[in-house]
Write a protein that binds this ligand. Structure first.
Ligand code: SF4
Length: 431
């Protein structure tokens, strides 16, 4: 008997738009994956899928075009490399993200991301939540990513060797974007996991499915939500960080040079991923990072010529472009996603061929529906396929909303209901 599609979600699996095919998402704490694990993802995609890998804005990898009968074997193959997908979809604590992989403090963030990931992943106390629960860690507030998490942790310094974090909660995008608010400041690391437990418990107790934590912030107000969280026993608890060796895989950046390979729309082939993984072993620390802009970064060993290696890697992996490309985040849209209202990669290619010099200096994000997986409200220019409209013959075409982020906080909608040609016409003149 086949398993209902909804039962696959906690294993990180969604049905694809194409009948009979599934997508498997793989959780990577802080977007970090070893070269060996990357080769496993590549091999799984080649053997069971169509040899493609999608990089998400939350630092995960997705393998599309899987058949239902292969899903158990896919899970086993990933597990052999220490990879898990548990809670990557559905009502669970999702992959722990970090948009600050280039920051000096990243190893601290990666280590904490691994501890949070380990604590909540597959823990039945924190599964079957009303909806997704997203946690992100950042070194600063510059990009605004702390504002779109259920729990956003921002590094707030170090005291007596203990990292401290500001905790922002109840943010989220989707159909009703809401920026998170500051719950507590300068919290020592040993209180972070108990406080997240308190927040998840309040969420699970009070939010009806399929609402996110931000719903409670709106319904109760920030003050009452804060009181409920602070009343939980674990809110005041401290779990001392056990001693031992550091947990991060990424080498502290001293002497290492970070290079980032642009990957159009986060879509790459399994062969490209293997080439990059092999280069990370030969010339770097054997680790790859999926960035929040859907690219792949690696740290090169001291003495390696970064410009030459980047150029050679782009050529050998077939990822070279004609010139500098703007930051452009793109979700799978209706190429593969059931929810998608438009062919996002096609729209993105058309936009890229039209946007002018000024536009190329901006960051862009395009989402195939209101779920906003490419985080359009955090880009300088965000585009959302917001709805379908039928013409006189019943043919449906997407209408696009445009967001601009001109100051801190979330971007604001500046255009609504544009046809594709109106969208291109509007955005090629953007300044
Ligand atoms: S934004 Fe919509 S179309 Fe794009 S990946 Fe998310 S759910 Fe799918």
């Amino acid at each position: 008997m086949s398993t209902a599609a909804s039962d696959y979600r906690l294993d990180g699996i969604y049905k694809q738009r194409q009948d009979g095919f599934y997508m498997q998402r793989v959780k990577l704490p802080a977007g970090v994956i070893s070269a060996g694990q990357a080769r496993t993802v590549s091999a799984v995609s080649t053997r069971f899928g169509q040899g493609t890998v999608h990089l998400t804005t939350r630092g995960s990898m997705e393998i599309h075009w899987l058949k239902e009968e292969d899903l158990p074997q896919v899970k086993r193959e990933l597990a052999k490399s220490g990879l898990t997908s548990r809670g990557a979809c559905g009502g669970a604590v999702r992959g722990i993200t970090c948009g600050s992989q280039g920051a000096l403090g990243f190893p601290v963030l990666e280590s904490l991301a691994r501890r949070i990931h380990r604590h909540f992943t597959g823990n039945p106390r924190f599964e079957r939540l009303p909806k997704k629960f997203k946690i992100g860690l950042e070194a600063d507030v510059d990009e605004g990513r702390h504002l779109i998490q259920d729990v956003g942790l921002v590094l707030a310094g170090n005291e007596e060797g203990r990292a401290r974090f500001d905790i922002w909660i109840a943010g989220g995008l989707g159909r009703e974007p809401r920026p998170g608010f500051l719950l507590s400041e300068r919290i020592p690391e040993e209180r972070i996991i108990p406080i997240i437990e308190a927040i998840v418990r309040v969420y699970a107790t009070h939010a009806p499915p399929p609402k996110r934590l931000k719903f409670l912030a709106t319904e109760f107000g920030e003050t009452k939500l804060r009181q409920l969280i602070e009343a939980e026993a674990s809110y005041s608890e401290e779990i001392p960080v056990a001693g031992g060796l550091p947990e991060h895989l990424v080498t502290p950046a001293v002497g290492h040079q970070r290079v980032e390979l642009p990957v159009f729309a986060g879509k790459m082939t399994a062969e490209q991923l293997v080439i990059i993984a092999d280069n990370a072993d030969r010339f770097g620390d054997g680790v790859l990072m999926v960035t929040s802009n859907q690219n792949i970064a690696l740290l090169l060993s001291p003495g390696v010529d970064a410009d030459a290696e980047l150029c050679s890697l782009q050529q050998s992996a077939g990822l070279a472009s004609d010139g500098p490309t703007p930051v452009l985040r793109v979700c799978p849209g209706n190429h593969e996603c059931l929810m998608g209202l438009t062919a996002t990669r096609d729209v993105a290619r058309e936009l890229l061929s039209h946007i002018g010099e000024k536009g190329r200096t901006l960051s862009w994000a395009l989402s195939g529906c209101n779920n906003s997986c490419s985080q359009p409200q955090l880009a300088d220019v965000g585009i959302v396929a917001a709805r379908l409209v039928a013409d006189a013959d019943g043919l449906k075409s997407p209408r696009f909303d445009v967001y601009r982020r001109l100051q801190s906080g979330l971007g604001q909608r500046v255009h609504e209901g544009l046809t594709r040609s109106e969208l291109v016409d509007t955005l090629q003149r953007i300044d």
